[in-house]
Design a binder for this molecule. Structure first.
Ligand code: MBD
Ligand code: FE
Length: 311
């Protein structure tokens, strides 16, 4: 079958009717977007001769994706979230905003509500025999290099199994394990006392891994730590760093790795005095440079549905 019907009046009218494009009810922006996306889908079916069997496989895939609660995970895995970063980077370049710590994707596993502490927070609540102690510390500055006081630094990361609290399929972690928030003092410094994470892997029987299998791709990330850095006088930064030396560092299924976001890991002693579980520990310095507001506003703050727990 190699028919071409997309450009016919019947199909173009169908698209307009389905999206209510010329209707007086409904949201005009939403109608515009649905009309375009539906049209692009119809056109792809025509161009690639996508069969009815293939269309229904796709429709039923969406049901599984929703049942598994993995739509945001898939968005990371197909590069959609990275694409949004590429666009925001380009928008920054267009207005001459340069020199801040690079953004990288948020991912689907943030939980709002971690208790905010002053300067330092110990965030490993549950014991994890396979994870060694790690201190993450740094200074928050503006582009001028001056420390930013009262910035809130949030971080979240996986345990030694690659699982995040709140989303751990084994149920082994309490709320906010390996999730923290600290407010900087006048020196702009923050510190998290925690455990070394291991890279995440997609649920092996979930919809995301199913799609990746069809593409011949893996669904793994190198070990990483996520950050939000928030301050009234700067734009909110969403970023991560990777743990140096992870073999997947340039093979992240979510495409979040950036050259500037691979700080060195330093071996230290004196951990017991800091309340760590061993005297020898690893330390990572991750300094963050925030960018200024644009015409008094954070022009790139991202609103999305996020998990939230009362601390
Ligand atoms: C993660 O930990 C993550 O950061 C992303 C982007 C996707 C899945 C799991
Ligand atoms: Fe992550």
């Amino acid at each position: 079958m190699s028919v071409k019907v997309f450009q016919t009046k019947e199909v173009q009218d169908l698209l307009k009717a389905a999206s209510n494009l010329d209707g007086s009810n409904g949201n005009a922006r939403f109608q515009q977007i649905v009309h375009r996306l539906l049209g692009d889908l119809f056109k792809a079916i025509d161009d690639l001769d996508i069969t009815p069997d293939e269309v229904w496989a796709g429709v039923n895939y969406l049901n599984k994706l929703g049942q598994d609660g993995e739509a945001a995970l898939l968005a990371a895995g197909v590069g959609l979230e990275k694409y949004l970063d590429i666009r925001m980077d380009a928008a920054d370049k267009q207005v001459g905003l340069d020199g801040g710590t690079p953004r990288t994707i948020e991912g689907p596993l943030y939980v709002a509500g971690a208790p905010v502490r002053d300067g330092v927070s110990k965030i490993d609540i549950n014991p994890d025999a396979d994870a060694g102690p790690l201190v993450i510390h740094g200074t928050i500055t503006g582009l001028d290099g001056k420390p930013v006081a009262d910035a809130v630094v949030e971080c979240w990361h996986a345990n030694s199994k690659g699982f995040y609290s709140h989303f751990d399929p084994t149920g082994a972690q309490s709320e906010f394990n390996l999730r923290g928030a600290v407010k900087t003092g006048a020196d702009g410094k923050y510190e998290f006392r925690t455990l070394m994470p291991v890279g995440y892997g997609c649920p092996p029987h979930g919809a995301t891994q199913q799609l990746l299998n069809g593409l011949g791709r893996h669904g793994n990330r190198p070990a990483h730590v996520h950050f939000f850095v928030t301050d009234d006088k700067h734009r909110k930064l969403t970023t991560q760093f990777n743990i140096e030396g992870d073999p997947l560092i340039w093979d992240d299924f979510a495409y979040a790795t950036r050259e500037e976001l691979i700080p060195g890991v330093v071996e230290k002693t004196g951990g017991e005095a800091l309340g760590l579980k061993a005297d020898a520990y690893k330390s990572i310095q991750f300094d963050v440079k925030l960018t200024p507001l644009v015409q008094g506003k954070d022009n790139q703050v991202v609103n999305r549905l996020r998990a939230s727990v009362a601390a």
